[in-house]
Design a binder for this molecule. Structure first.
Ligand code: ATP
Ligand code: MG
Ligand code: MG
Length: 355
């Protein structure tokens, strides 16, 4: 079988490696930090930084296709890799999703609703942005934010200077606060020959900026579910995308608003491991290797719950529960807010068609 190169050795890289191995592929992980979660299951690991041109070249030479588990890969590294092997999903998907301003502009140009937004590089910009967008709003760094990091809420105008200071000079975007009733996400996939498949939308609950649970089915009516899935399809086609994509959506009384997109397998898609014949990890591997992709059909109602930081204390009890499908990432060190594992609880349903 082919060799799949994966940039990033965290839990997503680990679960991608397991899926790849199950289909007879070999995996090679590229990861700067030592002893990564994916290291225990991958066939090969290169420990090197993204500035190490020789290591990047050597990595690319051993693989047939390159994918990734996170979107913040430096452009210089991508330039080196792309000259040697195909990168899937493509560079455009990375370019658009690496920067919140580019991302929101792209979504708006596609005709999808986003929060009102404005670019902020300094105090003068912020003043103009606050006039345009109003309050309450959220100031976010354009790049490198995850799990709610690099974000400051501005409820009252007096909070603006502190919010700007927290950006530490990084380019930022001011987003109007979307008064959502709940949050959902769609995990969707597109194959090399352009076939699109979507999983059912899941409903997400965040705690302190970090995903806590995903519940499927989400609380959506038929029109909303269809809209969510069509939004994902529109994004996939516009990007000529190959692989799995996550689309985070706010549900409001005036329709669905896209929050952000992730050009990769997504934490809110972990329920597919127990809910679907072909889960998001296998789906991604199938797509990037040119296989036929699964149809997204779901045969169970699922609740996925993340084990974050001190939640590891629950593992012993969860492991004794015969109805709990536990997925642990093999991380030795527990840190507050660190994702240590997750579990899925299922209720089998009659089985239904996918999108
Ligand atoms: P992730 O780990 O999902 O990549 P992130 O750091 O990129 O997180 P966002 O998804 O932008 O952060 O925001 C995290 C959460 O904060 C959202 O899921 C939502 O609950 C809330 N939030 C973000 N932006 C807005 C907004 N414009 N209006 C209302 N709530 C928001
Ligand atoms: Mg994000
Ligand atoms: Mg998010």
């Amino acid at each position: 079988g082919a060799v799949i190169g994966i940039l990033g050795g965290g839990q997503l890289g680990r679960m991608l490696s397991v899926a790849a191995s199950r289909l007879g592929f070999t995996t090679h992980i590229f990861e700067p930090s030592a002893n990564p979660p994916a290291g225990h299951v991958a066939d090969k690991v290169t420990t090197a930084g993204y500035e190490d041109e020789a290591a990047l070249r050597a990595f690319a030479e051993t693989v047939d296709v390159i994918t990734y588990e996170f979107e913040n890969i430096p452009t210089s590294a991508l330039d080196i890799l792309e000259a040697l092997k195909p990168i899937r999903p493509n560079r455009e998907a990375l370019r658009v999703s690496q920067d919140r301003l580019t991302e929101k502009t792209f979504l708006q140009d596609l005709g999808l609703a986003t929060a009102p937004f404005a670019e902020v590089n300094d105090a003068a910009d912020l003043e103009v942005a606050l006039e345009q967008v109003g309050t309450p709003s959220i100031l976010k760094t354009r790049r490198f934010g995850y799990d709610g990091k690099g974000q400051m809420r501005i409820i009252d105008l007096s909070e603006a200077p502190a919010a700007l200071a927290a950006m530490q000079g990084a380019p930022a975007v001011l987003e109007g606060f979307v008064p959502f009733s709940h949050e959902v996400s769609v995990i969707a996939a597109r194959s090399l020959n352009g076939k699109v498949a979507c999983y059912d939308p899941g409903e997400n609950v965040h705690l302190e900026g970090v995903l806590s649970t995903t519940t499927v089915p989400a609380n959506l009516n038929t029109n909303q579910s269809m809209d969510a899935v069509l939004m994902a399809g529109k994004i996939l086609n516009a990007l000529d995308y190959v692989g799995v994509l996550g689309v985070e959506i706010f549900v409001t009384g005036h329709g669905l608003v896209v929050n952000e997109i992730a050009p990769r397998v997504h934490n809110s898609g972990h329920w597919t491991q127990e809910g679907c014949t072909i889960d998001q990890f296998e789906q991604h591997i199938r797509a990037i290797t040119g296989w036929t992709i699964g149809n997204g059909a779901r045969y169970a109602d699922v609740v996925m719950e993340n084990l974050i930081g001190e939640d590891v204390e629950r593992i012993a009890d969860l492991a004794r529960d015969p109805d709990c499908a536990l997925h642990l990432y093999g991380k030795a060190e527990v840190k507050p807010g660190r994702k240590m594992g997750h579990f899925n609880r299922v209720n089998h349903t009659e089985g239904r068609e996918g999108y």
